[in-house]
Write a protein that binds this ligand. Structure first.
Ligand code: VGL
Ligand code: ZN
Length: 191
Protein backbone atom coordinates (compact mmCIF):
# COMPACT_ATOMS: atom_id res chain seq x y z
CA UNK A 1 0.00 0.00 0.00
CA UNK A 2 1.36 3.36 -1.00
CA UNK A 3 -0.26 6.42 0.50
CA UNK A 4 -0.57 10.12 -0.17
CA UNK A 5 -1.92 12.95 1.93
CA UNK A 6 -4.24 15.10 -0.16
CA UNK A 7 -5.03 18.66 0.89
CA UNK A 8 -8.27 19.85 -0.63
CA UNK A 9 -8.58 23.59 -1.26
CA UNK A 10 -6.73 24.92 1.79
CA UNK A 11 -6.99 28.47 0.45
CA UNK A 12 -7.45 31.90 1.94
CA UNK A 13 -10.95 32.37 0.52
CA UNK A 14 -12.15 29.27 2.41
CA UNK A 15 -10.76 30.54 5.73
CA UNK A 16 -12.28 33.14 8.08
CA UNK A 17 -12.08 36.56 6.45
CA UNK A 18 -12.24 35.00 2.97
CA UNK A 19 -15.05 35.09 0.43
CA UNK A 20 -16.57 31.68 1.23
CA UNK A 21 -15.26 30.78 4.66
CA UNK A 22 -15.42 27.54 6.60
CA UNK A 23 -15.46 28.62 10.27
CA UNK A 24 -12.71 26.08 11.16
CA UNK A 25 -10.57 26.91 8.13
CA UNK A 26 -7.60 28.15 10.15
CA UNK A 27 -7.99 25.65 13.00
CA UNK A 28 -7.04 22.76 10.74
CA UNK A 29 -3.85 24.34 9.36
CA UNK A 30 -1.52 23.37 12.27
CA UNK A 31 -2.97 19.85 12.21
CA UNK A 32 -2.25 19.60 8.49
CA UNK A 33 1.28 20.95 9.03
CA UNK A 34 1.93 18.07 11.43
CA UNK A 35 0.38 15.51 9.12
CA UNK A 36 2.52 16.55 6.17
CA UNK A 37 5.64 15.28 7.96
CA UNK A 38 4.23 11.74 8.02
CA UNK A 39 3.89 11.29 4.28
CA UNK A 40 6.31 10.80 1.46
CA UNK A 41 3.72 12.17 -0.95
CA UNK A 42 1.80 15.33 -0.15
CA UNK A 43 -0.44 16.77 -2.82
CA UNK A 44 -2.88 19.65 -2.85
CA UNK A 45 -5.75 20.92 -4.92
CA UNK A 46 -6.62 24.53 -5.54
CA UNK A 47 -10.01 25.83 -6.52
CA UNK A 48 -8.93 27.97 -9.49
CA UNK A 49 -11.80 29.72 -11.21
CA UNK A 50 -11.83 32.13 -14.12
CA UNK A 51 -13.54 35.43 -13.31
CA UNK A 52 -16.56 34.75 -15.56
CA UNK A 53 -17.30 31.20 -14.34
CA UNK A 54 -20.93 30.04 -14.13
CA UNK A 55 -19.85 28.66 -10.73
CA UNK A 56 -20.41 32.21 -9.45
CA UNK A 57 -24.13 31.99 -10.27
CA UNK A 58 -24.25 29.61 -7.26
CA UNK A 59 -21.50 30.94 -5.01
CA UNK A 60 -19.96 34.23 -3.93
CA UNK A 61 -16.91 35.03 -6.05
CA UNK A 62 -13.97 33.08 -4.58
CA UNK A 63 -10.62 31.57 -5.54
CA UNK A 64 -10.28 33.49 -8.77
CA UNK A 65 -7.09 32.50 -10.62
CA UNK A 66 -3.98 34.46 -9.57
CA UNK A 67 -5.80 36.43 -6.84
CA UNK A 68 -4.88 36.54 -3.17
CA UNK A 69 -7.99 34.59 -2.15
CA UNK A 70 -6.74 31.60 -4.14
CA UNK A 71 -3.42 31.49 -2.25
CA UNK A 72 -2.53 29.09 0.54
CA UNK A 73 -2.79 30.66 4.02
CA UNK A 74 0.70 31.80 5.06
CA UNK A 75 0.51 29.56 8.16
CA UNK A 76 0.43 26.46 5.93
CA UNK A 77 3.83 24.82 5.34
CA UNK A 78 3.11 24.65 1.64
CA UNK A 79 6.73 24.02 0.66
CA UNK A 80 6.06 20.42 1.71
CA UNK A 81 3.56 19.97 -1.14
CA UNK A 82 4.90 17.83 -4.00
CA UNK A 83 2.28 18.71 -6.61
CA UNK A 84 -0.65 21.12 -7.00
CA UNK A 85 -3.75 20.19 -8.98
CA UNK A 86 -5.95 23.02 -10.30
CA UNK A 87 -9.69 22.46 -10.61
CA UNK A 88 -12.77 24.44 -11.57
CA UNK A 89 -10.60 26.10 -14.18
CA UNK A 90 -13.16 26.40 -17.00
CA UNK A 91 -16.03 28.86 -17.37
CA UNK A 92 -18.56 26.00 -17.32
CA UNK A 93 -16.78 23.86 -14.76
CA UNK A 94 -17.61 23.68 -11.01
CA UNK A 95 -14.65 21.40 -10.39
CA UNK A 96 -15.77 20.02 -7.06
CA UNK A 97 -13.69 16.85 -7.43
CA UNK A 98 -9.91 16.76 -7.27
CA UNK A 99 -10.06 14.21 -10.08
CA UNK A 100 -11.45 16.96 -12.35
CA UNK A 101 -8.18 18.90 -12.14
CA UNK A 102 -7.18 20.15 -15.56
CA UNK A 103 -3.47 21.00 -15.31
CA UNK A 104 -2.46 17.42 -14.45
CA UNK A 105 -4.57 14.24 -14.33
CA UNK A 106 -4.70 13.27 -10.65
CA UNK A 107 -5.66 9.67 -11.38
CA UNK A 108 -2.75 9.23 -13.79
CA UNK A 109 -0.32 10.95 -11.41
CA UNK A 110 -1.30 8.57 -8.57
CA UNK A 111 -1.22 5.45 -10.75
CA UNK A 112 2.24 6.34 -12.07
CA UNK A 113 3.48 6.26 -8.47
CA UNK A 114 1.46 3.14 -7.49
CA UNK A 115 -0.38 5.16 -4.86
CA UNK A 116 -3.56 3.30 -3.90
CA UNK A 117 -4.46 4.93 -0.57
CA UNK A 118 -5.53 8.53 -0.02
CA UNK A 119 -5.76 10.43 3.26
CA UNK A 120 -8.01 13.45 2.83
CA UNK A 121 -7.85 16.73 4.69
CA UNK A 122 -8.88 20.29 3.85
CA UNK A 123 -11.92 22.32 2.88
CA UNK A 124 -14.80 21.94 2.44
CA UNK A 125 -16.02 18.72 4.06
CA UNK A 126 -19.48 19.27 2.56
CA UNK A 127 -18.38 20.06 -1.02
CA UNK A 128 -14.94 19.42 -2.44
CA UNK A 129 -13.72 16.94 0.21
CA UNK A 130 -17.02 15.07 -0.17
CA UNK A 131 -16.95 15.00 -3.99
CA UNK A 132 -13.24 14.21 -4.22
CA UNK A 133 -13.46 11.35 -1.71
CA UNK A 134 -16.56 9.92 -3.42
CA UNK A 135 -14.70 10.06 -6.71
CA UNK A 136 -11.67 8.34 -5.13
CA UNK A 137 -13.93 5.54 -3.85
CA UNK A 138 -15.50 5.11 -7.31
CA UNK A 139 -12.01 4.79 -8.79
CA UNK A 140 -11.10 2.13 -6.20
CA UNK A 141 -8.71 4.03 -3.92
CA UNK A 142 -8.56 3.17 -0.20
CA UNK A 143 -10.03 6.34 1.20
CA UNK A 144 -9.44 7.86 4.65
CA UNK A 145 -10.90 11.12 5.93
CA UNK A 146 -8.93 12.79 8.72
CA UNK A 147 -11.79 14.08 10.84
CA UNK A 148 -9.94 16.82 12.75
CA UNK A 149 -8.17 18.09 9.62
CA UNK A 150 -11.27 18.98 7.60
CA UNK A 151 -13.57 21.99 7.80
CA UNK A 152 -17.14 22.38 6.57
CA UNK A 153 -18.87 25.44 5.17
CA UNK A 154 -22.20 24.23 6.68
CA UNK A 155 -24.68 26.19 4.57
CA UNK A 156 -27.08 24.03 6.60
CA UNK A 157 -25.75 23.29 10.12
CA UNK A 158 -25.45 19.50 9.60
CA UNK A 159 -23.94 19.51 6.10
CA UNK A 160 -20.48 18.51 7.30
CA UNK A 161 -21.81 15.78 9.56
CA UNK A 162 -24.06 14.42 6.80
CA UNK A 163 -21.18 14.43 4.33
CA UNK A 164 -19.12 12.24 6.68
CA UNK A 165 -22.01 9.81 7.20
CA UNK A 166 -22.50 9.63 3.44
CA UNK A 167 -18.79 8.94 2.87
CA UNK A 168 -18.64 6.29 5.58
CA UNK A 169 -21.66 4.53 4.04
CA UNK A 170 -19.79 4.47 0.72
CA UNK A 171 -16.73 2.82 2.26
CA UNK A 172 -14.52 5.69 3.41
CA UNK A 173 -12.67 5.25 6.73
CA UNK A 174 -12.81 8.05 9.29
CA UNK A 175 -9.60 8.51 11.27
CA UNK A 176 -8.14 11.11 13.65
CA UNK A 177 -4.86 12.90 12.94
CA UNK A 178 -3.51 11.50 16.20
CA UNK A 179 -4.12 7.98 14.97
CA UNK A 180 -2.51 8.73 11.62
CA UNK A 181 0.54 10.20 13.35
CA UNK A 182 1.01 7.70 16.20
CA UNK A 183 -0.12 4.41 14.69
CA UNK A 184 0.59 4.73 11.02
CA UNK A 185 3.48 7.16 10.81
CA UNK A 186 6.33 4.80 9.99
CA UNK A 187 4.41 2.79 7.40
CA UNK A 188 3.34 5.91 5.59
CA UNK A 189 6.83 7.32 5.30
CA UNK A 190 7.64 4.30 3.12
CA UNK A 191 4.93 5.61 0.80
C1 VGL B 1 -15.84 24.54 -2.73
C2 VGL B 1 -17.90 25.55 -2.91
C3 VGL B 1 -17.51 26.18 -4.06
C4 VGL B 1 -14.92 23.65 -1.95
C5 VGL B 1 -15.43 25.15 -3.89
O1 VGL B 1 -13.69 23.77 -2.08
O2 VGL B 1 -15.43 22.83 -1.18
N1 VGL B 1 -17.06 24.74 -2.25
N2 VGL B 1 -16.27 25.97 -4.55
ZN1 ZN C 1 -15.32 27.04 -6.13
Amino acid sequence: MKSALILIDVQKDFCPGGALPAPDGFTIVPVINQLMDQFKWVIATKDWHPKGSIHFDKWPIHCVQYTEGAEFPIELDFEKINEIFLKGTGNLDDGYSAFDATNISLEKWLKERQIDTLYFCGIATDYCVLESAKHALRLGFNTYIITDAIAAINVQPDDGKNALENLQAKGAHLISSKKVITNLGLNLING
